[in-house]
Design a protein around this ligand. Structure first.
Ligand code: E4P
Length: 228
């Protein structure tokens, strides 16, 4: 399972990219709106792509098919590697079908059920983003939905890649991998948490302390052998 960071923040993306574990970045209008209001959105997206390379999902804002297609054409003109993120609505499916016909990759976002995922795949979506956390937030079971989708994909040989999105904690990431998700897009905080374990920190501290003690003992032994 590949890892993307779900962020539009340069500090977060720069740090996550420096770890060498990222295969891409997903953004959305809310993540961009969290940034400094003076940012040039196009410049920000280009900067993200220059830094990370790989996958970059850029979301359209129109809710009608023609508007989505116009936006997609514009995005591709300045960021040809962009994956166009389209909402899971009927107008969106028509846009996905047309973009697929033109060979432009799409990521269908705001998918909350296996039925929606099947529809998106049939429209030709390259990626289907299943939102786990938002389902959990309303007392539903995001991982159950993801595991159903993964099972259907396996059985039917569906081609769209599954992105586990809206992750809230590292176990979302682990379970997404266990169920067979192709990709997980995680907030920076979740990637940080996923990397940490208290036993790793304790183990490292004791390895370093033990080696320091060995060096001190060797220095003492050398000094003692020099004393006549
Ligand atoms: C996916 O591509 C979305 O950007 C995302 O994961 C949204 O998640 P949220 O529920 O944290 O806003």
């Amino acid at each position: 399972m590949r890892l993307f960071v779900d962020s539009a923040n340069m500090d977060e993306i720069r740090t996550a990219a420096s770890w060498g574990v990222l295969s891409g970045v997903t953004t959305n209008p809310t993540l961009l709106a969290k940034e400094d209001p003076t940012i040039d959105v196009r410049e920000r997206l280009l900067e993200i792509h220059r830094l990370v390379g790989g996958h970059i999902s850029v979301e359209v804002l129109s809710t009608d098919t023609a508007g989505m297609l116009r936006e997609a054409e514009d995005i591709i003109s300045w960021l040809p590697e962009a994956v166009i993120k389209i909402p899971m609505i009927p107008e969106g499916m028509a846009a996905v079908r047309e973009l697929t016909r033109q060979g432009i990759p799409t990521n269908v976002t705001l998918v909350f059920s296996p039925a929606q995922a099947i529809i998106a795949a049939n429209a030709g979506a390259s990626f289907v983003s299943v939102f786990l956390g938002r389902l959990d937030d309303i007392g539903s079971d995001g991982l159950r939905v993801l595991s159903d989708i993964c099972e259907i994909w396996e059985r039917q040989g569906m081609e769209s890649e599954i992105i586990a999105a809206s992750l809230r904690h590292p176990m979302h990431l682990v379970e997404a991998a266990r169920h067979g998700s192709d990709i997980a897009t995680a907030p920076f905080r979740v990637l940080q948490q996923a990397m940490k374990h208290p036993l790793t920190d304790l183990g490292l501290q004791s390895f370093l302390a033990d080696y320091r003690r060995l060096q001190e003992e060797q220095t003492r032994a050398r000094q003692a052998s020099l004393v006549p």
